[in-house]
Design a protein around this ligand. Structure first.
Ligand SMILES: NC(=O)c1ccc[n+]([C@@H]2O[C@H](COP(=O)([O-])OP(=O)(O)OC[C@H]3O[C@@H](n4cnc5c(N)ncnc54)[C@H](O)[C@@H]3O)[C@@H](O)[C@H]2O)c1
Length: 332
């Protein structure tokens, strides 16, 4: 029998976690034969709600689940974990200044980074979903210095999935026929969804997405804007932020980190920049990556048009500014 892996989900009483934990438990992410010990972390006032989630998970009667631990103590939640979904974060409330939001999140991710440093396996793979996801992931890694920086990431897979979905709707093909869309930069409205290297399979033939769409103006304007603003559109319609799609994307991200990417294809992940594509080293920047044996490598050598370079510069500048502001809060 395979040893169980230990998986923590933070923000476990929230709406993304509600979809995510089911997916983790039923084998979508770590495989249909991989037993799971699930650790659920939320804040003390949410322990009652979290108990409800635990009851429902028990009632799902999933054989892969060996144990469920619900706690408000990070030292318990991160004990020996192999994979961490960092979903919990301080949400922006009405009238809250950006600075206050950053400060609150620095506090949360500092404490959780320290707990990961002390208690998690050194091989733990961490995805930060809670916003501002890129900067939160940097802070987490800063306070977990005993764990390689390459083990920390943030989620831009939802943006990738949204971009793929837009192309698939436009061309009338299923989304699996579209490969190698890229999200560059910040998980914010400055992100750059890029299809310059993407392909689509139409009637058995693989062609560049740009050749299939034949509308440069659409790809440079409406397409980019739709993907950048999709989260805001969902909030407007649902009065709640994306949850089902965010949980699916978090699962896709971790699945590919554990299982690897297929052939020459790549996926987008926020990872620590090593200076690739002229982005300042140390920023948590979304890049195209290939994954093998649970290690990712940033895809190198892709050509960037002047238009693309400008978009990369813009999102990198925003990330740098956000990180500097967060680091200033760490000094307190
Ligand atoms: N990266 C992405 O693509 C993406 C997409 C959608 C949402 N998000 C972000 O994901 C986060 C969660 O979204 P949601 O809809 O589930 O929110 P939610 O408000 O429903 O749930 C968040 C949960 O986090 C908990 N929490 C707060 N502080 C915590 C702490 N210190 N430790 C543990 N838990 C804590 C809250 O109590 C709550 O239960 C938000 O920050 C949201 O902006 C990111």
């Amino acid at each position: 029998m395979t040893e169980p892996i230990r998986v923590v989900v933070t923000g476990a009483a929230g709406q993304i976690a509600y979809s995510l934990v089911y997916s983790v438990c039923k084998g979508d992410i770590f495989g249909p034969n991989q037993p799971i010990v699930l650790l659920l972390l939320d804040i003390t006032p949410m322990m009652g709600v979290l108990q409800g989630v635990v009851m429902e998970l028990q009632d799902c009667a999933i054989p892969l689940v060996k144990d469920i631990v619900a706690t408000d103590d990070p030292n318990v939640a991160f004990k020996d974990v192999d994979a961490a979904f960092m979903v919990g974060a301080m949400p922006r409330k009405d009238g809250m200044e950006r600075k206050d939001l950053l400060k609150a999140n620095v506090r949360i991710f500092k404490a959780q980074g320290q707990a990961i440093d002390k208690f998690a396996k050194k091989s733990v793979k961490v995805i930060v979903v809670g916003n501002p996801a890129n900067t939160n992931a940097c802070i987490l890694s800063k306070y977990a210095p005993s764990i390689p920086k390459e083990n920390f990431s943030c989620m831009t897979r939802l943006d990738q999935n949204r971009a793929q979905a837009q192309i698939s709707l436009k061309l009338g093909v299923t989304s699996d026929k579209i490969k190698n869309v890229i999200i560059w930069g910040n998980h914010s409205s400055t992100q750059y969804p890029d299809v310059a290297h993407a392909t689509v399979e139409i009637q058995g033939k693989v062609v560049p997405v740009a050749d299939a769409i034949k509308d440069d103006n659409y790809l440079k304007n409406e397409f980019i804007k739709t993907v950048q603003q999709r989260g805001a559109e969902v909030i407007k319609a649902r009065k709640l932020s994306s949850a089902m799609s965010a949980a699916k994307a978090a699962g896709d991200h971790m699945h590919d980190w554990f299982a690897g990417t297929q052939g020459d294809n790549w996926v987008s992940m926020g990872v620590i920049s090593d200076g690739s594509y002229g982005v300042k080293a140390g920023l948590m920047f979304s890049y195209p990556v290939r994954i093998k044996n649970r290690n990712y490598s940033i895809v190198q050598g892709l050509s960037l048009s002047e238009f693309a370079q400008q978009k990369l510069d813009l999102t990198a500048a925003e990330l740098d500014e956000e990180l500097q502001a967060a680091l200033a809060e760490c000094a307190d």
